[in-house]
Ligand binder design. Structure first.
Ligand SMILES: [Zn+2]
Length: 201
């Protein structure tokens, strides 16, 4: 796992100062366009997070939730990054990346590997990795992982489905895997996560 490298900003389609201004004002127009990693707490947030903003010197900005997670940040339980609007920031990026993300969201990497995904897109897997690095700041596998976590988190918050169903619907290979990933990402079990209730931001 990488820790917030200074290079992370280079893939951000937005200016660092613009992000900082949006974050300090909780500007809703920027919701989904970037995420803020707080290095002191290892938590990442939406720009609209109601929690008192961290000091500017402790934050790093990322273009996607997957990029923040790939750098070792955990999703904020208060602003719920999994509920951020689909990012318009990289909607203008390459059509191939866009298509790949759509396929991943539909579960393309739940039962098949990156090579198979790349083949469906008509490119090599290394090229796909490079495109993801440039436009998303995370690999296809990291995006798939974040997508599963986000789906599961929304199901935990919005349904009363049994844990095994949440795991299966979110695309996890097993309940054990689901529990392990949640423990790693949230430092809590899915049951503990389900008990936490905040008003939506
Ligand atoms: Zn937050």
């Amino acid at each position: 796992m990488e820790t917030g490298s200074p290079d992370s900003d280079s893939i951000l389609p937005l200016d660092h100062r613009e992000c900082e201004r949006a974050r300090s004002r909780r500007d809703r127009r920027y919701d989904g366009r970037f995420f803020t990693g707080v290095r002191t707490t290892h938590i990442y947030c939406r720009p609209v997070c109601p929690v008192r903003p961290a000091q500017a010197r402790n934050v790093t900005f990322y273009p996607t939730a997957a990029a923040a997670e790939a750098s070792g940040f955990r999703p904020c339980l208060r602003c719920r990054p999994e509920t951020a609007p689909f990012s318009p920031a990289w909607q203008g990026s390459r059509a191939t990346v866009h298509r790949a993300v759509r396929l991943i969201r539909a579960g393309a990497l739940d039962n098949a590997n990156v090579e198979a995904l790349a083949e469906r897109l008509g490119i090599g897997s290394r090229h796909l990795d490079r495109l993801f690095g440039r436009h998303i700041g995370a690999s296809p596998l990291q995006v798939a992982r974040t997508t599963r976590i986000q789906k599961a988190k929304r199901l935990l918050d919005e349904t009363k489905l049994p844990m095994a169903d949440v795991a299966a619907r979110a695309g996890f290979a097993s309940l054990r895997r689901f529990n392990a990933v949640f423990a790693e990402v949230y430092r809590r079990t899915p049951t503990q996560i389900r008990r936490i209730r905040f008003k939506p931001v």
